[in-house]
Design a binder for this molecule. Structure first.
Ligand code: GTP
Ligand code: MG
Length: 139
């Protein structure tokens, strides 16, 4: 079994029904929460990107509004299947979530999805089990 943490980014919450429909064809949504992120949790979530040219802008955007996070569970291969449904970072293909609901911007690219089973476990744990440690209010 695998877990993926999927998050609808600020400004795209209106597409939650369509996104849920697509995710539900791949796995089972077992947790959902709406929240507003802060610098502390973003530094943990995006630790591999700290110091990159886009990091500050990415955090500013990710703090600019509400997000909705999901834990999606399923059989082996789930994480990869969800990444395929999400689409690539720079050039998402037609039929993917980033293409179909996006505005063609790399930063505001609709949605986050875990990139490996290991990060899926870690991100779900951080965002659902350890969330209080970051002072995040669940909305
Ligand atoms: P996530 O599912 O959100 O983690 O996206 P990803 O795995 O496709 O991309 P990655 O982890 O490399 O980057 C995290 C996020 O940073 C992306 O979703 C983008 O929002 C943003 N990002 C990544 N690369 C760039 C870049 O070159 N320029 C800008 N402006 N933003 C970037
Ligand atoms: Mg990533």
């Amino acid at each position: 079994m695998e877990k993926s943490f999927v998050m609808i980014k600020p400004g795209f919450l209106e597409f939650e029904p369509q996104i849920v429909e697509r995710l539900s064809k791949i796995g089972k949504i077992t947790k959902r929460q709406k929240m507003k992120l802060n610098n502390e949790i973003l530094a943990a979530h995006y630790h591999e990107h700290i110091g990159k040219p886009f990091y500050e802008g990415l955090c500013k955007y990710m703090k600019s509004g509400e997000v909705v996070g999901f834990q999606v569970e399923g059989e082996d291969g789930l994480v990869e299947k969800i990444r395929e449904a999400v689409g690539s970072t720079k050039n998402p293909e037609k039929g993917t979530i980033r293409h179909d609901f996006g505005i063609g911007e790399i930063t505001r690219n609709v949605i986050h999805a875990s990139d490996s089973p290991k990060s899926g476990q870690e991100e779900c744990n951080r965002m659902f089990e350890q969330i209080n440690q970051f002072g995040i209010e669940i909305l």
